[in-house]
Design a protein around this ligand. Structure first.
Ligand code: BEZ
Length: 210
């Protein structure tokens, strides 16, 4: 059966541009973002890997480790990095996983045969420190991903884990947040004294960690 939210992210050992990694060891106590791209030396992918490099300080500040993956061999990844750095004006400073036999892609369901049976699709997995999968999304090959959205989801997930808060539609960092239904009214009054009870099920408060 394919992976679902809450499942443990499969562990694997693979060659990367930063040396051989054992994925769970690489993540350690951090959050993780594992994202696949269809192929090296392709235009949309070049912009995506450059975009992640530019955002990597923001991922790191949230205790997130990122890793890219495709079914290309390690030599291809190494050659392509200089093109990414040159054309996107950045420095790729995170591992690109080489998966020439498609073993990791198979574990994560990143090959969609009705789309293309040889290339990985544009998948994103957000993985919590306990290695559980918190988000899975798949984009079409022709659409470059919005990695600010991935950061936004991480901010939301960390508010949930650390403060029992949820985030409303179109929420952005700094906007008001929602007290999770699992928090009783008594606890809400104690933890979020300034919250507004719009409805019994809709309790709104300011973002705490600003
Ligand atoms: C690209 O990265 O530009 C791309 C890769 C595979 C299919 C279509 C576009």
């Amino acid at each position: 059966m394919s992976l679902q939210l809450g499942d443990t992210a499969p562990n694997f050992t693979a060659e990367t541009t930063e040396g051989t990694i054992q994925f769970h060891d690489y993540l350690g106590d951090s959050w993780g973002v594992l994202f696949s791209h269809p192929a090296d030396f392709t235009p949309v992918c070049t912009t995506e890997l450059g975009a992640v490099a530019k955002l990597n300080k923001k991922f790191e500040s949230r205790n997130v480790k990122v890793a890219a993956i495709s079914v290309d061999p390690i030599e291809s990844h190494v050659d392509w990095i200089s093109d990414i750095n040159e054309t996107q004006n950045t420095t790729v400073d995170y591992p690109m996983i080489a998966d020439p036999d498609g073993e990791v892609a198979e574990l994560y369901g990143m090959i969609h045969p009705n789309s293309d049976d040889k290339m990985t699709v544009r998948s994103v997995f957000i993985i919590a420190p306990d290695k559980s999968i918190k988000l899975m999304i798949t984009y079409p090959a022709s659409t470059g991903r919005n990695f600010d959205e991935i950061l936004r989801v991480i901010d939301s997930l960390q508010l949930t884990v650390n403060h029992s808060l949820a985030t409303p539609a179109n929420w952005n960092h700094g906007d008001d947040v929602i007290i999770a239904p699992s928090v009783s009214d008594e606890e809400a009054a104690e933890r979020f004294p300034d919250h507004v009870k719009v409805k019994p099920y809709l309790r709104v408060t300011g973002q705490p960690n600003l």
